[in-house]
Design a protein around this ligand. Structure first.
Ligand SMILES: [Zn+2]
Length: 169
């Protein structure tokens, strides 16, 4: 009904939107999570329709934010072991938690995050997609964020993006 004209006529924009939609369909939406999913997807369409430039990270941020809103919401402000500030944050994929580097002694896959990446993840957790254009990330942060979000989604939701579709892994 909002008729996103730019989206309809531009395959790159449409492709990013379809990617987000396919993720929602693959993951599914809970009854309680429906209002959050609706407003997130509406804002995402608005962003993809109106933004002058596009960022391939947006669908990845969308996956993270969608999962956060549907209940997989990691605490991003303090170490989950010692409760101190996350000075050198390490993300533990299996547990889905962040700890400081001093507490990062568990087995299993884990990723170190720079302060820039952690700040960006918090920003995505707290702000509408309409503000994601404000993120101006270094190449290093972009790589870290794609790896950590893909790892998280694959492990916890069991979905992986392959050849234009989400597959159960
Ligand atoms: Zn700690």
């Amino acid at each position: 009904m909002d008729s996103p004209d730019m989206l309809r006529g531009n395959y790159e924009r449409l492709g990013l939107a379809v990617n987000c939609q396919k993720f929602m369909e693959a993951m599914g939406i809970s009854f309680e999570g429906a209002p959050a999913a609706y407003s997130l997807f509406s804002d995402m369409l608005k962003l993809l329709n109106e933004s002058e430039t596009l960022d391939k990270l947006w669908p990845i941020f969308f996956r993270a934010r969608f999962a956060f809103d549907q209940g997989y919401n990691p605490e991003l402000h303090m170490c989950q072991t010692c409760s101190n500030e996350l000075k050198y944050p390490v993300f533990h994929v299996q547990e889905g938690v962040l700890t400081c580097s001093a507490c990062a002694f568990t087995q299993g896959p884990r990723f170190r995050l720079s302060k820039e990446s952690l700040d960006a993840l918090r920003f995505v957790q707290e702000n509408s997609p309409l503000r994601w254009t404000e993120l101006n990330l270094s190449v290093k942060a972009r790589k870290e964020l794609s790896r950590v979000i893909d790892g998280f989604i694959q492990y916890h939701i069991g979905l992986s993006w392959e050849n234009g579709m989400f597959r159960r892994v």
